[in-house]
Design a protein around this ligand. Sequence first.
Ligand SMILES: *Cc1c(COP(=O)(O)O)cnc(C)c1O
Length: 408
Amino acid sequence: MTDGGSGPFLSYGRQSISDEDIEAVVAVLRGDWLTQGPTVDAFEKELATLTGATHAVACSNGTTGLHIAAAALDLQPKDAVIVPSITFLATANAVRYVGAEVVFADVNPDTALMEPKHLEDALARAKALGLRPRAVFPVHLAGHPADVRDAARAAGLMVVEDACHALGTKMRRGDGEVTVGSGSGVDMTVFSFHPVKTIATGEGGAVTTSDDELGDRLRRFRSHGMVREPQLFRNRDEAFSPDGKPNPWYYEMPDIGFNYRLTDLQSALGLSQLKRIDRFIERREEIVDLYDRSLVPLSPYIKPLSRSKASGSRVGWHLYVGLFDFERLGLGRADVMAALREKNIGSQVHYVPVHWQPYYVERYGKLDLPGAAAYYRRCLSLPLYPGLQDTDVQRVVDALAGLVKRAA
Ligand SMILES: *Cc1c(COP(=O)(O)O)cnc(C)c1O
């Protein structure tokens, strides 16, 4: 990447790795366990403490976390899961991995979040199609909480939050607040530890739940569907010796599962990163504040996302999404991205509406979700990560101000 006199390249997101992180991984390399072992257990314990959930089940990435969560719901063909159209592909794909059907919900164009009215509209469509609505996968886009719990419960739906953006976010509930992933009012919550997310393990993810049975099912689906608990064995002649003792080698597979385990190497990095999560989130919040204030003079050309009413005292911001009026700017989105790129500034679109993907159009036909379309037409994510300096943010804002000045 050339410097072009504007400073180093700023990507839209990136990891922060310290010497301590590196030493933690090297220490595992010198030990006995490279695959799932005691460091995975320790990482899961810390994740449970951080979120307040009873169970944290680490897995190989956020996508496999969504898959084992969908598997744990025991969905059947003709079951429907409501998924907002503004999310990463994986949220919807997990529903298809287990043979159930996705019914896409619209979002608020100013927050990109699904709201109760969007959920209710999707439920009506699911029923009109002859599907059985079973679950909803709300997405905390950008780290910002989407709260459809009450509407979901009223409709008898299971709730699996896609919190891949929202580790550490607190959600307002009544007079108090809950930490995303605590299991309060939801069945399961899925996190990702991809390098652009709040903490990094390389690839990595976890599902939290406060339901013991779901915790068991998640662990089982993570590891081939195998069980080793004697009380669960069905082939009793193979499982037990003539004197009734469980045979020490024996295992069974009541349901088919996967190898979606995280490694001790990755968990060592995750554990070390978790020690700095407060600093990571505080810095992300500071940068978001700085962007918000700096963009005020650039309105109405460029505006921040609107705040979700469900935001609690802490938002673990993952993305900084600007809402651009490209027409007023007299520039296409590709032109804006190129102009930023020329100044060594990365940007990205989160996301192309999933209901527009050819696979889903082929399966469900064309849908009109105006909120998702309106959000998509305006969104562009700007650099946000803890290693970003205030002067870097200023560089981004100056570049944007230059574009606005040309248009005004
Ligand atoms: C990152 C992400 C995923 C998938 O996580 P991976 O760890 O990359 O598999 C799923 N949903 C959302 C909203 C994400 O941002």
